[in-house]
Design a protein around this ligand. Structure first.
Ligand SMILES: [Zn+2]
Length: 1015
């Protein structure tokens, strides 16, 4: 899946200690272990024997102080804390009190304390020993179960005991094949379904347990005999109990059901749009990853339960239907309807199944043995050609690169009018947002860069994810990190003009920013609840995953990475893997004296990344590594060590790959010998490694002097990395802001895109914080600083059409900043271009400047009104999105509130754009507090639309809070998040948000004076 975000994440950088959200607690956290539902204190059962958590039913339960005390006693007893029931607490404590009262009569205080302590421990021990064999703690205290385990099972909807007690399905029964028939009704938005599953019983069992959510099961048969289905809603599971053990072998389970087409963006959902004639059109499409196939048909909804699928779809004649496989036949049914039947699929995971019923047009072409087609709504038939050509070229590339042809005879790419993710890699039927697939006649190369990236990512998934799949969501990075890496690698080869290299560099900077927070997590992380699974779709899985693969590829000798990947794909064809399987395949082909597995585990199993400190003393260079945290004084991971393939260049040879020298830093410190001729060293060549570097004072000043003498002494990636690293170091108080300005001073002579855009990005973040704090004097001095250093470049930019992606990227960053800070005559130029565009339909605004021009125009009532009309009628998606960003950048509070309401309702603005609207509004002083209030007030409505933990929710929370830097706002945010109950407050993004606010506060406290002095 491709999360949709076209801009760098909001500033998650500066840091402060984090008292609220420390490292993982050493007790089992009920909310983390339990399903996605608040837990009813009355229905929690603790079974000490197996330390297994069992939960029944729903309800609210907050931990009060007394309960915390109980938690501590539980810890003392060496038990995992499982039960937050106050009734159980009283039962337990009264038991202990009885022991106290009978223990001693006239003790000294000291003896009494010691005695009581010993007795409590002894009594507790006796209690544990006595009760362990046959006791279950419930709200009524300890219940003897007399070897019957029945009481530990959850209660199903019908009131009977549900025969399974874990979120993961039992391994005893596997699906082999599904026959699925569906009939969606696009008038009343319901559907009927029937699924027949051929299952294989691997170990004798009395139960079959599978997933199902939000459906009404009308009939179920097993081997043609009607059976009773039990449902346990909190875990989205259903079960069939059998009186006798089922013997090993194959059986058929049939289930008929009805359900509503989903109103959110997952499951089998309905989507609509208004065509150019003003007619509302509806369609039904699917989005199953990660956990929503169970909303469309009962199934074993875990990635390791691979199976084949045959799908039949009933529809009205005016629609077409699509699924993963080619259509075999269409049958006329009696009632004027038609039924399409699709070929039996390859063996695959449920989250990759897909179907669509809609009125779409398409274009096709043959690539090798595959028919590639692009589908869109009829109004946009002119915008599909670019995607078709691009998909063809990339399919060719991957077929060759992986030495393993795409296995299906067709590949459809479909633009869905209302779609939340960026795209989804369903095997043979990839779904996209319209923005990420369609390219109109006035789209620029930057728009094409986005479309190409998303297609390249989704096509890579056809191998990484579809053919070979992670066993469980903890290794999601195997799918996403790889697809992200392959997307950049393939585009660099197939479309060198798209300057994807700079984009990939920015992505690595973004990943470093996120991973420098204490709230980050290892690439490979234990997950169990639905929210934790949703949360895996984040920067660490995608961008850090891709970054460490780049580091590995640049460390291995030529061609070895590809060879290892080919072997991995062949070996695990159609099956499931873990990280270790990939490392083993790569280790086998790597003839170097390097254990890939040993090296890469240091990057996947521990969170964060290293800071390498370089100290030079003549010919000796001392290298030290430590865990880089922005809130360094709160470092809890001082023992973390990475195997760093440390690279460096020096003054005599620094641009070419052949200049690169490698040193494997595996220990905390090491020494390097240099020739005395070496004037300066630059570590982390081209920023290909996932670490940052700190030099001693002399090291920095040598580099800065070299740059001031000759701006081209380093590659543009190396220069951008120096800028990125020094800002990060300043945020963690490892260098002063004065040193930052020493480096950025060189920028006056800079012309390369990567370092300039990085410097603008960093300075822009600081400007926004100052602005939000109403530090008007400092904000205006920052404006002058930017003017002084970038002003002449800003002035020299043309406003005409441009074809180089690199030049467009630079120009749009420079002019957007110039217009937003009112530098030079930017606003006048933008206004005049907008006026020409409005009055003369033949005038074109260069696509890369459109957002800047529209944002200036949106500041007047007249301009805003015209842009709203454009938004309503435009069928060009990139233009529409830029128009929306301009509308949301208004300083008029009434308009801001109108946009917030309309984008959440989905009336004028599609709900899919709500995260973008929040992000845009929060960048400006005028609206950021309104947006925050709106999020708080409408939280329940928001989580109905976007799953808790999902990328959309992550983006909304981060956008709404990352600009706060005061104590008042910190407390407000903390209060709001803790009011969300376990479901909301436990999200990792909440920890990240709080950590970011604290870091902003600290950065402000530490640097306001410096800025007064130096800016
Ligand atoms: Zn993906």
């Amino acid at each position: 899946m491709e999360s949709f975000e076209s801009e760098r994440a909001p500033l998650p950088r500066n840091m402060i200690e984090n008292s609220m959200f420390e490292e993982e607690p050493d007790v089992v956290d009920l909310a983390k272990e339990s399903p996605s539902y608040p837990i009813d204190s009355d229905d929690v059962v603790y079974e000490p024997r197996s330390s297994r958590l069992l939960v029944r039913g729903l309800g609210e339960n907050d931990l009060d102080e007394d309960e915390e005390d109980y938690e501590s006693s539980a810890r003392l007893l060496g038990m995992s804390f499982m039960n937050r029931s106050s009734n159980q607490r009283s039962a337990a404590s009264s038991y202990t009190r009885q022991q106290h009262s009978g223990s001693c009569t006239k003790p000294s205080t000291k003896t009494m304390v010691a005695g009581v302590l010993i007795l409590v421990l002894l009594a507790s021990l006796v209690m544990v020993i006595y009760f362990v064999p046959g006791c279950t703690f419930t709200r009524n205290g300890c219940l003897k179960t007399n070897s019957s385990m029945d009481s530990i099972y959850p209660i199903s909807t019908s009131g009977e005991l549900f025969p399974w007690t874990e979120l993961r399905l039992p391994p005893s029964v596997h699906p082999v094949h599904y026959n699925i028939s569906l009939h969606p009704n696009l008038t009343n938005m319901t559907f009927q379904g029937s699924v027949s599953i051929l299952v294989e019983v691997l170990h004798e069992t009395k139960n079959i347990v599978l997933h199902s959510s939000d459906m009404n099961i009308t009939k179920a048969t097993f081997e043609n005999k009607e059976v009773h289905v039990l449902e346990y809603k909190p875990w989205q599971q259903i079960a069939i109990k059998f009186p006798e053990e089922l013997k090993k072998g194959q059986y058929v389970l049939n289930i008929n059901y009805t359900a509503n087409l989903s109103n959110s963006y997952d499951g089998f959902y309905n989507s609509s749009y208004v065509d150019t004639n003003g007619t509302k059109r509806v369609l039904a499409a699917t989005q199953f990853e990660p956990l929503a196939a169970r909303k469309a048909f009962p199934c074993f909804d875990e990635p390791a339960f691979k199976s084949t699928f045959t799908i039949k779809m009933t529809r009205e004649r005016k629609y077409i239907s699509l699924s993963n496989m080619p259509k075999v036949k269409t049958t006329d049914l009696k009632n004027g309807l038609q039924e399409d039947e699709f070929e039996k699929s390859v063996k695959m995971s449920t989250y990759l199944v897909a179907f669509i019923v809609a009125e779409f047009i398409s274009v096709s072409k043959n690539v090798s043995k595959t028919t590639v087609s692009v589908y869109a709504v009829p109004d946009k038939k002119d915008q599909v050609q670019y995607a078709l050509e691009t998909a063809g070229k990339l399919l060719d590339f991957y077929n060759t690169f992986f030495e393993n042809d795409y296995p299906l005879s067709k590949l459809d790419l479909v633009a869905i009018p209302d779609f939340l993710a960026g795209a989804m890699e369903n095997w043979g039927l990839i779904t996209f947002r319209e923005t990420t697939l369609l390219v109109g006649s006035n789209s620029s190369s930057i728009d094409k860069q986005l479309v190409t990236s998303v297609i390249a990512h989704e096509l890579a998934h056809q191998w990484f994810g579809n053919l070979v799949t992670m066993r469980w969501w903890n290794d999601l990075w195997l799918n996403e990190g790889f697809a992200t890496y392959m997307q950049y690698m393939s585009i660099e080869t197939v479309f060198p003009d798209l300057d994807i290299d700079t984009e990939f560099l920015n992505v690595r900077f973004k990943a470093l920013g996120k991973d420098a927070l204490n709230s980050s997590h290892p690439v490979s992380t234990v997950v169990s609840t639905p929210e934790q699974v949703e949360e895996m779709f984040d920067s660490v899985s995608y961008e850090k995953g891709a970054s460490i693969l780049l580091m590995l590829n640049t460390t291995l000798k030529d061609g070895q990475f590809r060879k290892g990947v080919i072997e991995y794909l062949q070996k695990y064809n159609l099956s499931n893997t873990e990280s270790e399987d990939l490392w083993n395949s790569l280790s086998q082909v790597s003839k170097q004296n390097l254990s890939v597995s040993e090296m890469m585990n240091t990057w996947t199993v521990q969170k964060g990344f290293p800071l390498v400190t370089v100290k030079r003393n003549g010919t000796r260079v001392t290298l030290t590594q430590e865990h880089f945290l922005l809130n360094a004084e709160n470092s809890t991971d001082s023992s973390s060590l990475w195997h760093i393939p440390l690279t460096y260049v020096n003054d005599s040879c620094n641009h070419l790959s052949s200049c690169k020298q490698v040193f494997h830093l595996k220990n905390k410190t090491a020494t390097l010998k240099l020739s005395s001729q070496v004037k300066w060293l630059k570590f982390n060549f081209r920023s290909d490694g996932f670490y940052i570097v700190q030099y001693d004072e002399e090291g920095w000043s040598d580099l800065i002097s070299a740059l001031k003498e000759d701006v081209n002494v380093l590659s543009s990636k190396d220069k951008a990395a120096l800028i990125n690293n020094i800002f990060a170091l300043s945020r963690s108080d490892k260098v002063t802001f004065r040193q930052v300005l020493n480096l950025t001073d060189y920028i006056r002579n800079e012309t390369a895109t990567a370092p300039l855009t990085e410097a603008l990005f960093q300075l822009g973040q600081i400007y926004r914080l100052l602005d939000k704090r109403s530090e008007l004097n400092l904000a205006s001095r920052m404006t002058s600083y930017i003017d002084e250093h970038f002003g002449s470049l800003m002035k020299n930019q043309s406003w005409n059409l441009e074809s180089s992606v690199s030049k467009m990227t630079l120009r749009s960053a420079l002019l957007e900043m110039a217009c937003s800070l009112d530098i030079g005559d930017c606003r006048t130029q933008a206004k005049s271009l907008f006026d020409q565009w409005i009055s003369n339909m033949t005038t074109q605004i260069p696509s890369d400047l459109m957002r800047t021009v529209f944002k200036v125009a949106a500041q007047t009532d007249e301009g805003w009104g015209k842009l709203l009309e454009t938004y309503k009628h435009s069928i060009n998606d990139p233009e529409k999105r830029k128009t929306l960003q301009a509308l949301a950048s208004t300083q008029d509070v009434r308009k801001i509130i109108w946009i917030l309401q309309n984008s959440l309702d989905g009336s004028v603005i599609q709900t899919q754009e709500f995260p973008l609207v929040i992000n845009t509004i929060c960048k400006n002083f005028a609206g950021y507090l309104y947006a925050w209030d709106f999020v708080k007030e409408n939280w329940d409505k928001i989580i109905q639309k976007f799953p808790v933990g999902s990328f959309a929710i992550q983006s909304i929370i981060m956008s709404a809070t990352s600009q706060f830097s005061t104590k008042t706002h910190l407390i407000e945010a903390q209060n709001f998040f803790s009011s969300l109950g376990t479901k909301g407050s436990q999200m990792r993004i909440v920890q990240e948000a709080i950590e970011t606010i604290k870091l902003n506060m600290r950065w402000m406290d530490n640097n306001l004076n410096t800025l007064q002095r130096w800016l």
